[in-house]
Each structure stands twice: as C-alpha cells, then as structure tokens.
Write a protein that binds this ligand. Structure first.
Ligand SMILES: [Zn+2]
Length: 308
C-alpha cells in the first residue's frame, strides 16, 4: 500500500503581501523536498459547497467568495489576506482534505498527506483568521463521520499555535476527539487545559516557551497518547504544523526535525493498533523555509514507512 500526496497548483496561486510569513515559497520548498519520494500523487479537487457546509454556514462561504479581490489584496484581519487566487486555493485545500479521507477510507492509500495552503486550523465557524479560511482538518473529520459513517475520529494538532478553529468547529462533536498541543502563552491565546468541549472530547496541551522535544514527548506520552488509545478512533487526522521547530521565526519551541519524526512514528504506531494505520495529515504552519521542507519530508517519510 502507498502514501498519497494531495496538492494542486492553485495552492500556489494564493499570494500574500511581501514579507508575509505564509507565502507561496513555503509550498514550493515542500513540493521540491518531496519530489524524490515514492508517493501516489493525486490532484486535489475543488471542495463542493456541500462539503464546506458541514463546518461553515452558507453566509460565511458566500462572504469569503465575495471578498475575493479582482487584483491586489483584500484584508480580512490583521494577518489574513486574499489575493485573486485565494478562494480557488482554499477550495483546493479543503477538497484535498476531503479526497484524502475518501482515498484512505476507500482503501486506495494507507495514509495521505495534503500539501496545501491556505492552512485551516485557525478558521472558526464564522471567522477567518490566522492565515486560515476554511477548517480543512475539521472538515476531514466531519466528512469521515457524516459521509463515510465512522463513529469515532481523532484530530491531533501539533502546530505550535492553538488549533482554535478546529476546536471551535468540533466543540460539540462527541464523535471527534481533538488533541492540540501549543506553546502558551502565544497567539491566539486560547487552548488552556480547562477548554474541554461540550462532551469532554477536547484535550488541550500547553507547552512552555523555550521547551523542546523532551517536554513535548513527555506530554504526548502521558496525556495525548493514552487519551488517543482509549478513544479508539477509526481514523486519525493530523494538523501538521512545523512551526514548533527550533528555527521557526514565529514561536519559541525548540523541536528538532527528529522530534517531528518521533511524533509521526508514534501516531503511525497508534494508528496501526487502533485503525489499520489510517491517517490523513494536512499541512498547517511552518515558516522557516528550510526547516519546514526538512521536517515535512521527514514527516512524510514516516508515513511512507508505516504504509509499507
Ligand atoms: Zn502555527
């Protein structure tokens, strides 16, 4: 069996203003780093509005489409921008997440990585923020539950920022376990342990600024992995942000590439135990181009090893 790689050239058409960290070069570096790997390469479709309606109201989807500028940029908040190609990119990103779930649950791939932008884990039900327009990971979870009829899906978010959007979109979803680790304090400020969801299916794991791989591994081994094993998800979705890397300019955690290898391998091991290895991973943050490319490649290489 294989690892699927889903992406689309439209994701390079989402342009941000000069100096913006979430830039086209991120995805270019990643795709270059993945070039030599043996992957089932799949062109991401546009998400259908019916897919997006699983997580966002119609008015929100309409507003995002209407905000698309004819040229230049439209600014949604302090750091979230639309260029003429951004809406198509967002529909491809969401479509990649949906298609990846179809491939993995349909047995056409063991696991999958979505090399997409804009990222998704900060997009709340009715609020685009933090470079994110549609909640790609939450959409993957809802699609697996509502379209494929799964009973339990887990989302594990190891981006350095809190997955406030995923938490918001799945806050009252008893069938989804959301585990998110984040540097605290750090933007967006949410993600305290007391935030546990309507059905106690949200687990927030704060990590102290300056902490590194050892602290992260201990937190996952004592908090995240026992919860994940006990929940017995039928699919694990990863919000794969690589901005906890020690070289990342946006935060202050000190993970090495090897720590991303470790967490990926552990998640693959748990997936093997509980759900036939089924993992869908979606790109979130990561803003040092070299660290991002190296860590993403290491992450995907672990997925490939696990798929064999
Ligand atoms: Zn981030």
């Amino acid at each position: 069996m294989t690892t699927a790689l889903l992406t689309h050239a439209d994701c390079l058409g989402h342009v941000t203003p000069d100096g913006h960290p979430e830039r086209v070069a991120r995805l270019e570096h990643i795709l270059h780093a993945l070039e030599a790997l043996e992957l089932k390469r799949v062109t991401a479709p546009l998400a259908a509005d019916d897919d997006l309606l699983r997580i966002h109201p119609e008015s929100y989807i309409r507003d995002i489409r209407a905000a698309r500028p004819a040229d230049g940029f439209a600014q949604i908040d302090g750091d979230t921008f639309l260029s003429p190609g951004s809406v198509d990119a967002a529909y491809r990103a969401a479509g990649a997440a949906v298609r990846a779930v179809d491939l993995v649950l349909g047995g056409e791939a063991s696991n999958a990585f979505c090399a997409i932008r804009p990222p998704g884990h900060h997009a709340e039900t009715e609020t685009a923020m933090g470079f994110c327009l549609f909640g790609n990971a939450a959409l993957a979870a809802k699609h697996a539950l509502d379209h494929h009829g799964l009973n339990r899906v887990a989302v594990v978010d190891f981006d350095v920022h809190h997955g406030n959007g995923t938490q918001d979109l799945l806050w009252d979803e008893a069938r989804a376990l959301v585990i998110t680790s984040q540097q605290m304090p750090l933007w967006p400020g949410s993600g305290r342990p007391e935030e546990t969801g309507v059905h106690d299916t949200v687990l927030n794991i704060p990590l102290a600024p300056g902490s590194g791989g050892a602290e992260m591994r201990a937190a996952y081994e004592t908090k995240a992995f026992p919860r994940l094993r006990a929940f017995r998800p039928e699919l694990i979705i990863i919000s794969a942000g690589f901005d906890a890397h020690q070289d990342d300019p946006l935060a202050n955690l000190n993970w090495a590439t090897d720590d991303f290898v470790w967490i990926t391998a552990e998640l693959c091991r748990i997936a093997d135990e509980v759900c036939d290895g089924r993992i869908v991973s979606t790109l979130e943050g990561g803003y040092d181009l070299n660290a991002l490319a190296q860590a993403t490649r290491a992450h995907v290489e672990e997925l490939i090893k696990a798929a064999r």
